[in-house]
Design a protein around this ligand. Structure first.
Ligand code: ADP
Ligand code: PAZ
Ligand code: K
Length: 245
């Protein structure tokens, strides 16, 4: 049995795998005492743990120590790479790229086979990455995620006080709350339009979306396949049979 973990800035996603089949899966946060209680009873059967993470080095060490306290299996951390098979990273300095972005692209490559694709990961931050049919990563974008935008408006502007609002429309607002909340919808719609345009320009056939705010992007019209476990699928492939060359 293998445990694969995607530890993001907000949440930890995990899956327990046996011969490539998913036995169980879940979501936790690192600060929870019982973060691993769902799989901990099966820890003795786990032979290997593979992790993709973008958390700080301090938190990464904390995660490793917690895993080693529960489980005897070796823990492997996987990072962004220059290439994996035909998939070629656009970064000159690949170590600077978030492991989650690389593993999401790996998951996308495995899932789409022949065509080019876009990966949108709407997590703490939003990332967009484009991969051509040849496997060449064309580059991407990093934007603040929904909660990050709301937090920065609240913290960094003295007179922007607003409430939560389940806004579905991006029409011009007539109060601070509406201006902020409709603004998010408006921004989302603009982003979706731009991603669709880029996919046409670069000849990409498919869009894959993942992350906690994926449903919001689909609600804003993103024509994408939603896979909440895209990073884990890519990580499992990299940690498994998929040879680097
Ligand atoms: N139950 C939830 N707990 C926390 N965040 C959630 C939840 N449901 C949706 N979200 C949204 O998902 C985002 C986190 O998504 P996630 O993909 O887990 O991020 P990360 O990979 O950065 O940890 C949050 O910013 C929040 O907007
Ligand atoms: C952009 C990210 C913060 C996204 O992480 P997340 O929001 O999913 O936790 C992460 O991929 C990261 O820390 N990247 C490093 C910089 C880069 O990818 O160039
Ligand atoms: K992520």
């Amino acid at each position: 049995m293998k445990l694969v973990i995607d530890a993001g800035n907000t949440r930890v996603k995990w899956q327990l795998l046996s011969d490539g089949e998913v036995l169980s899966r879940g979501v936790a946060t690192l600060d929870m005492d019982d973060a691993f209680q769902e799989w901990a009873p099966r820890a003795e059967s786990i032979e290997r743990i593979a992790v993709s993470t973008v958390i700080s080095e301090d938190k990464r060490r904390y995660l490793q120590a917690r895993l080693e306290a529960i489980c005897n299996a070796p823990v492997f951390f996987h990072w962004a790479e220059a290439r994996r098979g035909k998939l070629v990273n656009a970064y000159a300095d690949v170590h600077r790229m978030g492991a989650d972005r690389w593993h999401a692209m790996c998951g996308g490559w495995q899932a789409t086979g022949a065509g080019g694709f876009a990966v949108v990961d709407a997590g703490s931050a939003i990332t967009v990455d484009y991969v051509a049919r040849s496997g060449a990563h064309l580059g991407g974008y990093i934007l603040p995620g929904k909660q990050m935008m709301l937090r920065s408006l609240k913290q960094d502007a003295a007179r922007i006080g607003f409430d939560s609002l389940d806004a579905q429309q991006g029409s011009p607002g007539a109060s601070t709350t509406e201006c902020v909340q409709h603004g998010l919808v408006w921004l989302r719609e603009a982003m979706v339009t731009r991603i669709h345009q880029d996919c046409g320009y670069f000849g990409l056939d498919r869009i894959l979306v993942t992350g906690g705010d994926a449903a919001g992007l689909i609600g804003a019209g993103l024509a994408a396949v939603h896979d909440p476990y895209l990073v884990l699928n890519g990580l499992a492939a990299v940690d498994g049979e998929w040879a680097p060359e």
